[in-house]
Design a protein around this ligand. Sequence first.
Ligand SMILES: Cc1ncc(COP(=O)(O)O)c(C=O)c1O
Length: 474
Amino acid sequence: MTTPNPLELSAAAMRSLVQEALDRIVAHIESLPTQTVSDTEGGFAVAESLAEAMPEGGAPVAELLDLFFQRAVPPTFNTASPGYLAYIPGGGLFQSAVADLIADATNRYSSVYAAAPALARIEMNVVDWFREIVGFPPAARGTLTSGGSLANWTALVTARRERLPADFLKGTIYTSDQSHYSVAKGAILAGFPEGNVRMVATDDRYRLRVDALAERIAEDRSQGFTPFLIAAAAGTTNTGAVDPLPELADLAAREGLWLHVDAAYGGFFLLTEAGKRAMRGIERADSIVLDPHKGLFLPYGTGAVLVRDGEALRRAHSLTGDYMPGMQEDPDRVDFSQYSPELSRPFRALRVWLPFKMHGAGAFREQLEEKLALAHLAADRLRAMEGVEILAEPQLSLLAFRLAPAGVPESKLNPLNQRFLDRVNARQRVYLTATRLRGRFAPRICVLSFRTHRDRMEMALEDIAAAQREVLGA
Ligand SMILES: Cc1ncc(COP(=O)(O)O)c(C=O)c1O
């Protein structure tokens, strides 16, 4: 008689495991509206108590799940909460979590077309929907990554391989002083010296200044550098600023530069009319990064890069081995391993495909329109409050502001606003974070979760008003 293999679960054991997990997941999600939003008290102690040696034997699953849900999850930034208005919110669609379970349980090899043609086709469809959203031509290709950082890096490597010789160290990259640090990091990881990344000044709305950029390009050329790529932002992390894309596309065309657009935060607002207006010209880019784990509310772990000339993406990544099955010649049969730095990877497409097919793009558009409206509502109400200064009006669903009461000198405003922000967050109904804008400490509100609605924005505004009264001693 063979001994049973504990790693191979019976049908009953699989059902029971999923049920144990599901009971806790549903309870967790249902209680999100009343959970704290950023109470990390005791989190370090829990973390330290969890350090452990590799277990030789097993433990009951209920105990393990309780440890995770009761001890590990609570003392965290609650990124799934409707009150999470910090950084760039994610969300975490349950539909995508189920898709992950299915993708992992079936565990097929979707990076090689011949190994799972229909799965590769599903990923091709997802990439093609994204292509349509940004307005790229049918010859564009793309790939799903783990997030925006890897997507920015993939775009930079593609541009470098396409536009520069093997000795590329004279190549220079231009981005604004507001761009996400993953652009500079991507350039460094693509092999460029750190000093070749030019941080160009921005205007009063934190958008890249095309005049300053043109000057810097000319100066670099005169010094023997090879300007080759502009990395614009369609929604910066600091203020949601959208760089002047039509002017940048004109300049890139005149100068023969690759135009990359980091639309990790803003890109999916292209599903809305207001977003299309704000990001007009994005379709003229050579490459674009989108982050479904931001603008499509997916759980963390999905970014996307799209390249106008799909062949350029393939040329930059196509390499195979004698031990592999044959790669496809037909461009309509995509081997994603030939368009991506990854070979083995999770089947990410299903976590986009399932919710998109279940609900349609319209459901996402409605949610995104609501987020834009909520950011404008917040800006209007803050503007009307005495002693509040809007530092960055919403260009999409993000705004920055601060308390600037009459008579308080500039030198006192940063610590005052830090105390104010701490008071807002102490209420644990919303979580806001701040940035620095030209030296000014600037609390920001970023609305992007499918769980955030008007009621929560009203709570945010109430808590802001109460915190203002507290720090001003009114
Ligand atoms: C504009 C922008 N680009 C890139 C990134 C990096 O994306 P990820 O965190 O998915 O790597 C972010 C993250 O917030 C972002 O806001």
